[in-house]
Every structure is written in C-alpha cells, then in structure tokens.
Design a protein around this ligand. Structure first.
Ligand code: HEC
Ligand code: HEC
Length: 155
C-alpha cells in the first residue's frame, strides 16, 4: 500500500472505532453515563471530609491531603489564606503544621525567607478529600507492604 492510502485506511478505521467507545463502555460517572449531546441532572455535591486528622501519606514525598474544609479560603494574586495558618510565624497561634522547608526553596535549592512563588498556589498539589466511592479501582501497594511481602517470600 502506498503511504497516502495507508493513512486513509488508518483514518477510516479510527473513525469507525470512535462510536464503539461510548460512555457506557468507559463505565465511569464523569460522563454521567449519558450521550455527550444530553445534559442529565447534576449529581449532589459530595461532602468534604473535615475530621481534622492528618492522613497517612502513601509515600514519604507525597503532598499530604488536606484534612479540613477549604471553602471560601481566598487563594489568589491578592491573598493566600492558607499561609495565615501554615506559615512559620503563624503556627504557634494556629497549631497548624508549618509548610516544610521545601516550600521556602527556589528551584535551584536556595533557601528563601518567604514562601517560594512556585509553592504559592497550594491547591496545585494539596487537595481536600470528599466522602465518595472512588470512580476507578486502585491497586497501589505502599513500599512497606512491598518489603513485607518480599521478606515473607510471597509476591
Ligand atoms: C484556620 C487555620 C488554617 C487555614 C486557613 C488552613 N489550614 Fe491547613 N491545617 C490547619 C490545621 C490546624 C491543620 C492540622 C490538622 C487539622 O486540624 O485539620 C491543617 C492541616 C493541613 C494539611 C495536612 C498536613 C499534614 O501533614 O498532613 C494540609 C496539606 C493543609 N492543612 C493545607 C492547607 C491549605 C492548602 C490551605 C488553604 C487552602 C489551608 N491548609 C488552610 C489549619 C489551617
Ligand atoms: C508544587 C507542589 C506544592 C505546592 C504548590 C505546595 N506544596 Fe505543600 N507540600 C508539597 C510536598 C511534595 C510536600 C511533602 C514533601 C515536602 O515536605 O516537601 C508538602 C508538604 C506540606 C505540608 C506538610 C509539612 C510537614 O512538614 O509535614 C504542609 C502543611 C503543606 N505542604 C502546606 C502547603 C501550603 C499551605 C501551600 C501553599 C502556600 C503548599 N503546601 C504548596 C508540595 C506542594
């Protein structure tokens, strides 16, 4: 087959396959199991977990998830509400854990007196959790479990 014909065949196959991967087959609720042309009623907003208990991290360098509500906390060019509790100077009053030293480092590892601009928008990395059933399964195994399995000889 010449190259243009091969391309045409691939394109035709791709178009033929698209309708067969509908939302039903994908099987997750982000598409609300409805055709894209329809707008089914929106599901209820889930409740944000607000137990104030720090959660275990899945690995040491994981940005911890936020164990409290962040509704109406201003986080934009003008103000960073998070820092009113989590900055070094506020932790005695608030008993919030201080942002770690990495938040005071620039990308070359130099230490700064102030929060590094690359860590300003906290919710880029830290997110609250909601009380919902996970949309997709997860087989993540943490490193301690892995080591334990290897020591006991099973896999
Ligand atoms: C009113 C004070 C306050 C504000 C504002 C606040 N926090 Fe917190 N935060 C806390 C306290 C206190 C804790 C300790 C656990 C708890 O009590 O919820 C905490 C815990 C956390 C943790 C968990 C740390 C860990 O080691 O597990 C993260 C992440 C966090 N906050 C991020 C944020 C972000 C992001 C914002 C802004 C959107 C924010 N916080 C705003 C007080 C605050
Ligand atoms: C670019 C990603 C990123 C951004 C942005 C960021 N963090 Fe973090 N944060 C992390 C990571 C990764 C960790 C865990 C490793 C570490 O300490 O560096 C962490 C750790 C923390 C901890 C736990 C500190 C400890 O010693 O237990 C707190 C609290 C926290 N961040 C709050 C914040 C707040 C508040 C902001 C916004 C001002 C913020 N972070 C912005 C990635 C980020």
């Amino acid at each position: 087959m010449s190259k243009p014909i091969r391309l045409a065949v691939v394109a035709a196959l791709a178009v033929a396959l698209i309708p067969s991967i509908g939302p039903a087959q994908l099987g997750h609720d982000t598409l609300r199991n409805a055709p894209v042309t329809e707008e089914p009623p929106a599901p209820r907003l889930p409740t944000v977990e607000n137990r104030d208990l720090r959660r275990m991290r899945a690995y040491p360098m994981q940005p911890p998830t936020i164990p409290h509500k962040i509704d109406d906390y201003q986080l934009d060019l003008n103000a960073n509400k998070c820092m009113s509790c989590h900055s070094r100077v506020r932790t005695a009053d608030t008993q919030a854990p201080m942002i770690s030293v990495t938040h005071y480092q620039d990308r070359d590892g130099n230490f700064l007196a102030e929060l590094s601009p690359r860590r300003y928008f906290c919710t880029q990395c830290h997110v609250p959790q909601t009380e919902v059933k996970p949309l997709v399964g997860n087989e993540f195994i943490d490193v301690d479990q892995l080591i334990r399995r290897q020591r006991s000889g099973s896999r």
